[in-house]
Ligand binder design. Structure first.
Ligand code: ATP
Ligand code: MG
Length: 655
C-alpha cells in the first residue's frame, strides 16, 4: 500500500468524536469486554452463545480439529426461527411490532411478533405440504416485503436452506443460482414497486426455469404484491395467499444441530464469478445477535431500528432478519428507492417511525450529499441516536456529512467492516466505548482477531499497510463455498496459510486503528508506488464539486498503471469542462502527492454498481483499457455502461 503520507493527510483533519456521555453510561457493552475476550476467547463466545435459546445446550464451543472447516457449538441443538420469533411471544412480547413495513406506494403494515409467528408457522406448514424437508434448498426471489422475512424464517424453521437472490437480478443470474444450489422451490411475487411503478418479477422466474439445469424446481410459490397480469402454469405455480393462507397457525419447531445449514448466499460479484457462501445455524445466530446488540446498542423496548439494505444482500440477512429478530427488535423495512416519490423519502420514514438507529451504505450517503443538505433538513430527525455504515470504505467527507446532517452532530457513527463470508460484523467502533475517527472501522470486536500483514504474512507495525487477515476462527464464519471445498480453500486460506485472507487492503494508523483501503485487486501500481483506489476516491470526494468518484488503474506504457477516474458532480456544481478537470487533478495532487495525480478524469452521470451499491471497478477498468466488458449480470443497470462508453472520448483530459 501507499506510504503514510495520504493517511496522515486524512488524519490531519484530526476529527475525533467521543461517545456521548449518556450513551456511554448505559451502553450494552463496556471496554472490559475486550479484555475479557482476550483472556478467554472461547469462553467469551460460549457466553455469547447463551444469548440464544437452545433445546440442547452446547458443551463444546469450537471444534478446530480440521481447519479451516470449523464447527461451533457442535453438540448444541436449536431452532433458528424459534429464536427469532416464538421465544419473544412466549416472553409476553407478542404485541410488540417486529416489522413496520413501508411499501413504496405508501401502503404501510405493522407486523407484530405474534402475527409474525403465525405467518412463519403457516409458511412452514405450506413448505412441508409442498414436499420441502430439512436439508433441501429453497430459492427466494422477492421484493422487500414482509413475506420475504417470513419465507426465510419458514425455511429456517423446517431446516431447509434458503438461497435469496436479489429481486433485481436477471433470469440468467437466477438460473445459475438455482442450478448451483439445486433448489426445489422458488418463492417469488408477481412483482414489486420500484421507482413509482410495479416491476414484474415472476416473468424472470418463468424464464429462468426454461434454462437447462433448473429442473430441480418443482413449484413456484407466488406472493401477490402488485396485482399485475401474470402468466401461470397450472400445477407448477401456486399462490402464496392460497397455499400459505389455508394452513394452521400452529407448527412445532424442530431443533437442528448447530452446524445445520441455514442459508447459501452468493457474493455480489464485484471481483469475479459469485461464490455460494454457506452459513450454518448456531454460530451464525450467536454472532449476528451479539453484534446487533452491541454495535447498535439496541434497546429493544424503546429503539426503532432501520437497516436500508435489501434482503438479497448479506446485510439484509444478518441485520434485518437474524440479528434484529433474535434480539426482539422493532424495525422498519422499506420496499422502494430513496427518491420515490421525492428525494426526502428516507427522512420522511425516519420521522414517521421515529427511527433511532439507522444502518446504511456509503454509496447512499454520497447520493444524499449530492442531492443537497437542504433535503434532510426539512425533516425531524431528532429520534436518531446511532448511525451505521457498511459496504465500502466510507470516506471521511461522507462520514462527517452523515454525522452532521443526519445525526445532528449527536449520533456516533459506526463504520462496520465485514463480508458475506464473515456473516457478521468483525471490525467496528462500539458506540458507547470508542472514540471514533471519520473513515476508520478501527477495532476488531471483542472475540475477533484481525490484523494487517505484509506479503510474507508478517504483522505490520502501527503506521504501515498491507493485507487484512483474520487470524482466529469466529462463530459466524462461512463454512465452505457451496459444493466446492477446493474453491473455499483456494480463495480464502491459501494466500496466508493458517489465516483467512479477506481480499481487502488495510493499514494501521499510529494508534493501531484499522483503515480499510478497498480490495487488493483495486490497488494500483503507478511508477512503482502502491496507491489505493479508495484514497484517490476520498481525495476527489473531498472536493466541494464532487459527489462520487470511482478510480481504476489502467495499463500504461510509461507508468505501469495510470490513474483513471470517473466522477459524478454534485447537483449544484457546474461542469466547466477542462477547467474543472484541471482543478480536480490539482486537488488530488495537493491532497495525496503528485504521484497520485489522475491521468484522466471523466465526468459521468452514473457509476456501474451492484445492487448492494458497490462500484464495479473491474468494469470501469475494462472501459479504461478499451476491452470487452466482463460479467455484468450482477449490475443494477447495464445501460450505465453503454452511457459511460459513449461519453468516453469527449469527456477525457489527457496529460
Ligand atoms: P465479491 O466477493 O463477489 O467481489 P463483494 O465482496 O462485493 O463481492 P460483499 O461480501 O457484500 O460482496 O462485500 C464485502 C466487501 O465489502 C468487503 O470485502 C470490503 O471490500 C467491502 N466492505 C464492507 N464493509 C466495509 C467497510 N465498513 N469498510 C470498507 N470496506 C467494506
Ligand atoms: Mg468479497
Amino acid at each position: 500500500m501507499r506510504t503514510n503520507e495520504s493517511l496522515a493527510n486524512l488524519l490531519r483533519e484530526e476529527r475525533r468524536f467521543n461517545p456521548p456521555a449518556e450513551l456511554a453510561g448505559t451502553a450494552n457493552i463496556t471496554a472490559e469486554a475486550y479484555e475479557k475476550a482476550r483472556a478467554d476467547r472461547l469462553g467469551f463466545w460460549a457466553e455469547q452463545g447463551r444469548r440464544l435459546s437452545w433445546q440442547t445446550e452446547p458443551t463444546q464451543t469450537l471444534d478446530w480439529s480440521n481447519p479451516p472447516f470449523a464447527k461451533w457449538f457442535a453438540d448444541g441443538r436449536l431452532n433458528v426461527a424459534y429464536n427469532c420469533v416464538d421465544r419473544h411471544v412466549e416472553a409476553g412480547l407478542g404485541d410488540r411490532v417486529a416489522l413496520h413495513f413501508e411499501g413504496e406506494p405508501g401502503d404501510a403494515r405493522p407486523v407484530t411478533y405474534a402475527q409474525l409467528k403465525d405467518e412463519v408457522c403457516q409458511a412452514a406448514n405450506a413448505l412441508t405440504e409442498l414436499g420441502i424437508t430439512a436439508g433441501d434448498r429453497v430459492a427466494i426471489y422477492l421484493p422487500m416485503i414482509p413475506e420475504a422475512v417470513v419465507a426465510m424464517l419458514a425455511c429456517a424453521r423446517i431446516g431447509a436452506a434458503h438461497s435469496v437472490v436479489f429481486g433485481g437480478f436477471s433470469a440468467d443470474a437466477l438460473a445459475t443460482r438455482i442450478e448451483d444450489a439445486g433448489a426445489k422451490l422458488v418463492i417469488t411475487a408477481d412483482g414489486g414497486y420500484r421507482r413509482g411503478k410495479p416491476t414484474a418479477l415472476k416473468p424472470a422466474v418463468d424464464e429462468a426455469l426454461t434454462r437447462p439445469g433448473t429442473d430441480s424446481v418443482l413449484h413456484q410459490l407466488v406472493v401477490r404484491r402488485t396485482g399485475q397480469e401474470t402468466a401461470w402454469q397450472d400445477g407448477r405455480d401456486l399462490w402464496w395467499h392460497e397455499v400459505v393462507g389455508r394452513q394452521p397457525v400452529e407448527h412445532e419447531p424442530e431443533a437442528f444441530e448447530a452446524e445445520h445449514p441455514l442459508f447459501i448466499l452468493y457474493t455480489s460479484g464485484t471481483t469475479g464469478k459469485p461464490k455460494g457462501i454457506l452459513h450454518t445455524s448456531g454460530g451464525y445466530l450467536t454472532q449476528t445477535s451479539f453484534t446487533h446488540h452491541t454495535v447498535f446498542d439496541l434497546k429493544p423496548e424503546s429503539d426503532v431500528y432501520w437497516c436500508t439494505a435489501d434482503i438479497g444482500w448479506v446485510t439484509g440477512h444478518s441485520y434485518i432478519v437474524y440479528g434484529p429478530l433474535s434480539n426482539g427488535a422493532t424495525q422498519v423495512i422499506y420496499e422502494g428507492t430513496p427518491d420515490t416519490p421525492h428525494q426526502g423519502r428516507f427522512w420522511e420514514i425516519v420521522q414517521k417511525y421515529q427511527v433511532s438507529i439507522l444502518y446504511t451504505a456509503p454509496t447512499a450517503i454520497r447520493t444524499f450529499m449530492k442531492w443537497g443538505d437542504d433535503i434532510p433538513a426539512k425533516f425531524d430527525l431528532s429520534s436518531l441516536r446511532i448511525l451505521g455504515s457498511v459496504g465500502e470504505p466510507i470516506n471521511p467527507e461522507a462520514w462527517v456529512w452523515y454525522q452532521r446532517h443526519i445525526g445532528g452532530g449527536r449520533c456516533p457513527v459506526v463504520d462496520t467492516w465485514w463480508q458475506t463470508e464473515t456473516g457478521a460484523i468483525m471490525i467496528s467502533p462500539l458506540p458507547g466505548v470508542t472514540t471514533t475517527k471519520p473513515g476508520s472501522a478501527q477495532t476488531p470486536l471483542p472475540g475477533i482477531a484481525a490484523t494487517v500483514v505484509d506479503d510474507e504474512a508478517r504483522e505490520v507495525p502501527d503506521g504501515a499497510g498491507g493485507y487484512l487477515v483474520l487470524t482466529e476462527p469466529w462463530p459466524s464464519m462461512l463454512r465452505t463455498v457451496w459444493g466446492d471445498d477446493q474453491r473455499f480453500l483456494d480463495t480464502y486460506w491459501s494466500r496466508f496459510p493458517g489465516q483467512y485472507f479477506a481480499g481487502d487492503g488495510a493499514k494501521k494508523d499510529d494508534d493501531g486503528d484499522i483503515w480499510l483501503l478497498g480490495r487488493v485487486d483495486d490497488v494500483m501500481l503507478v511508477s512503482g508506488h502502491n496507491i489505493s483506489t479508495a484514497e484517490v476516491e476520498s481525495a476527489l470526494v473531498s472536493h466541494p464539486k464532487v459527489a462520487e468518484a470511482a478510480v481504476v488503474g489502467a495499463t500504461d506504457a510509461t507508468t505501469g498503471q495510470a490513474i483513471v477516474t470517473f466522477v459524478i458532480l454534485r447537483n449544484n456544481a457546474e461542469d466547466d469542462g477542462d477547467e474543472l478537470i484541471g482543478e480536480l487533478r490539482d486537488h488530488v495532487a495537493r491532497t495525496l502527492g503528485p504521484i497520485a495525480k489522475p491521468k484522466r478524469i471523466l465526468t459521468v452521470a452514473e457509476l456501474p454498481k451492484t445492487r448492494s451499491g458497490k462500484i464495479m471497478r473491474r468494469l470501469l477498468r475494462d472501459v479504461a483499457e478499451k476491452r470487452e466488458l466482463g460479467d455484468v449480470t450482477t449490475l443494477t443497470d447495464s445501460t450505465v455502461m453503454d452511457l459511460i462508453q459513449s461519453t468516453l472520448p469527449s469527456a477525457s483530459a489527457e496529460d
